[in-house]
Structures are given as C-alpha cells and as structure tokens.
Design a protein around this ligand. Sequence first.
Ligand SMILES: *[C@@H]1O[C@H](CO)[C@@H](O)[C@H](O)[C@H]1NC(C)=O
Ligand SMILES: *[C@@H]1O[C@H](CO)[C@@H](O)[C@H](O)[C@H]1NC(C)=O
Length: 499
Amino acid sequence: MSATFSLGISILLLLVAFSSSTSGKDDVVDEEKHLRFPPNFVFGAATAAYQIEGAWNVSGKGESTWDRLVHEHPDRIYNGDTGDVAANSYYQYKEDVAILKKLGFKSYRFSISWPRILPTGFANKINAEGIQYYHNLIDELKDNGIEPMLTLYHWDHPQVLEDMGGWLNDEMVYWFGDYASIIFREYGSKVKKFVTINEPKAICKNGYSLGIHAPGKRLSGLGEYMCIHNVLKSHAVAYRIYDSEFRSKFHGEVGVLVDVMAYMPENFEFDAAAETAFQFNIGWTMHPIFSKEGDYPPAMKQLVANRSKAEGFVKSRLPVFDEYWVNFIRGSADFLAVNHYTSRLVVSGTMGQIPSHEHDQGVREIIDSFWKSSASNWLKVVPVGFRYILVQLAKNYGNPPMYITENGVSDLGTLNDDDRIYYYREYLKQMLIAIYEDGVDIRGYYLWSLLDNFEWNAGYRERFGIVFVDYEDPNRQRMLKKSASWWQQVIAAGKIETN
Ligand SMILES: *[C@@H]1O[C@H](CO)[C@@H](O)[C@H](O)[C@H]1NC(C)=O
Ligand SMILES: *[C@@H]1O[C@H](CO)[C@@H](O)[C@H](O)[C@H]1NC(C)=O
C-alpha cells in the first residue's frame, strides 16, 4: 500500500517535471528537498499533567489551582467539565507510551504536577508515590526508545501557594526554585531536556488578568505584569540551579518556553504597529533572556510608563528589574521552546480594557475573514504565519537552537480528521521552508497533542488529539485517528507526503 503510494507520487513528480520548463524542473527538485526533514530531526508528541492524568485526589497528591477552579466555579468551564479523571493517564500511561512507540515518535513532552510531588506546596514533604509515578513513566518511555522532555510547570501549582498570592508573590520565585531542585535531582540522570514554565503569557493573562483560567483572578493591567515578572525570575532561578548544581553531573539542557502568535502587519503602513505587537507579546518574555542588554524591551517600558502616568498611577504598572536581576535573567536558556498555533494581522488603534496589557500596546489585532476556522474561536489556520514568526524569533534573538514544543489544531471530535492532517501538512511545510530557506535552527517538533484532553475552560469540547479518547467510557478507550496514521507515515518516511 505505501509502496504503491510513493510510486504514485514519483510518477506524478516525473510528469510535472517533464511537462514544465527548465526552471519548473528546479522548482520540483527544490520542492522535494523541502518536504524532507533534516537528519536527526526529533519528532515528538506533547501533553500536560492536568489535562490527561486525572487521579486528582489520590496517592498523596495535594490540591492544585485547577482542581480548585473546576470544583468551585463549574460555571466557568464548558459543561462543568473537570480534570478529575481526564484521560486517566495516571493509570493508563503504559497505553499512551505504546501508542507513541507504535506511531514512531522518538520523544515525548509531558509535565509534572507540582502538588503531586509537593502536596503541602513546600519542600518539607515530598510525596514518594508522586515521585515514583514519574519514574515509572520515564522508565517506560526509555524502555521503548522514547526520550522524555520534561516540563516542570504546566499551569497547575499547589493551591496553598495561590492562597499566599501565587505568581503575584515574590516568594513564589524561591518556592519554584525548591521544587525545581527536587525535580532535577530526582530525574536528572534520566531526563536530558527540561522546559521550566509552559506559556508564561497565557498563565499571566488568562489566570491573573482576564480570569478565564486558574486561579481565575481579574487584575487587568497589573496582575499580568506582576505575574510575568515573577515567572521570569522563577525560570531564571531554576536555570541557575541546574547550571550550578546539576549540569556537570547530568549534562542536560534547560530551555525557556514562549507562546507566540505571528503578528503580521495588515499592510506596510502598519509595520511599526506589528513591531510593537511583537515587542509587547514576545519581547516581553524573550528580550530579558535573549537580547544583549537584557530587561524588558525599551519601547514597552516607555509605553507602559506613559499610559500609567496618563491614568494617574504614581509609577509604571510594569515592574522594574534591578541590575542584579537583569543580569541573572539574561542568558538563562540552553534552547528556545516555541508553542505556536495561529496568527493575527496588526493595525494601529487600540483594544482591550483600561488598564490592560492589551490596551497598553496601542495596536489592534484583527482576524482575516478568509482564514480557515477550527473548533477554537481564537485558532485560525494560517500556515504562512508559522514561517513568519520563526524567522522573526531567529532574527531578534540570535538564532538560538529551537524546538517547536506545541503546534496543532482543534475540532469537535472525529476519527476522520482530514482538517487536522491539512493543518499539520501545511504548517510543517512552512517550518521546513524556515529551516532550509531562512536558516532557522529548529531541532525538533512536538505536536499538540497526543490525546484528546481536558482543554481548560473549553472542557472536553475542543479536541486536539491525534488519538481519540472516549470520555463516555470509564476505561477511556483510545482510538487512533486518521491523523495518527498520517504521522506514522511521515515519521517512517522522514518526509511529508504531498497528499
Ligand atoms: C476523590 O474525588 C472523587 C470525585 O472526583 C470523589 O468521588 C472521591 O470520593 C474522592 N476521593 C477521596 C479519597 O477523597
Ligand atoms: C512617552 O512620553 C514621552 C514624554 O511625554 C514622549 O516623549 C515619548 O515619545 C512617549 N513615548 C511613547 C512610546 O509614547
């Protein structure tokens, strides 16, 4: 079947080559090269603890901010869904690993539930059952030839820490450091790639400004800035701990993760507006780490200071790093982990409430009505945006080694997920162009997601898996979707098939 398939492709290419001019022939050759992945390119799949594990109140686990939100505010979650059981991966992780292996994935990105390791929030009590669970998962992966990539924090911190302010409390920086130390010490001999904090901007905007994610705080214009400030410090503390205590022993790497949309000018008149959007949304967390001078982007500091003043605040709503922290944060990454789904067009204007990070930018984001939709209203299918943002990241930040740590699309649940295959094929093509034409240093790609999972406030409605999970079934039966078979072929061939 697959032999016939590739023969068909060769004949097709031959026909195209013969029927076109000389330059057309070169295009075909280029095109073919552009469909092949570089040697040693890492193919992986990604998940997150709260979205798949379940087992929320057993085996010594403490309560997380997401446990609290879904139980106290079912009204804020689609259908009142919870992650209490989710895909039940705490018990069914061996099935997940077997699927990864069958499909040919060489790496798996998962996250650790902080309160499963530290039920009191603090390092005074380490939960042995929690520690053991992740050893079991990691061993199962390695026994099957799959390299773990471990995310320390994917949005579910201990509720007790939130009761003390969570990411708005400076002490969180040290609580996170203590937790990170334990994780590095415990798993460092087996795990060589760590990501510290998943999607800082999403945590801080959704959790502390808009209040649509845990912990559900609505502190627009202040909360998101204070939160990012402490998230950046926490990331750097974890990085420096690895550097000084563990690197020489374990020889692993610690990366920083950024969640990015592409901000493309609606037309050339709006180049400056698009640049401002880039600095506000991406420079916010990347400039402090990857720029030569460190700290927040100068344009951002000025704009927030000006707006704050106009609004009658005594000082800027954007907190200030002193020189010690500027230096401590700068350079704190061995690689850049990139989560990307979609794009926006940027024009000048304003949006968002006053005060807010959105409003401070002085730009307006719009969605092109021609862009293909998904099941998530924020997620439009814009393949060219992927190349655009990859090039921009490389240019602005010295072309660091990058891993795409999330990319994928939602639907409402079907095994025949042709729209998902379309999305992956077109986005991967753009990524390969960024590698070959633009020289962007991309080492691997983790699709989002292995399983249909608890999609935060969208509950189980919006599905991102290449594997269908039956949430009506107490056994949470897993079924491969058409996109899973498509991936199996792509990985085996080391290239994208053209239809
Ligand atoms: C755990 O939570 C479930 C609901 O998800 C509840 O039925 C059960 O009684 C709880 N178990 C314990 C040990 O508290
Ligand atoms: C901020 O205000 C100062 C003084 O009014 C002005 O010179 C500067 O251009 C403003 N900066 C921005 C980015 O608006």
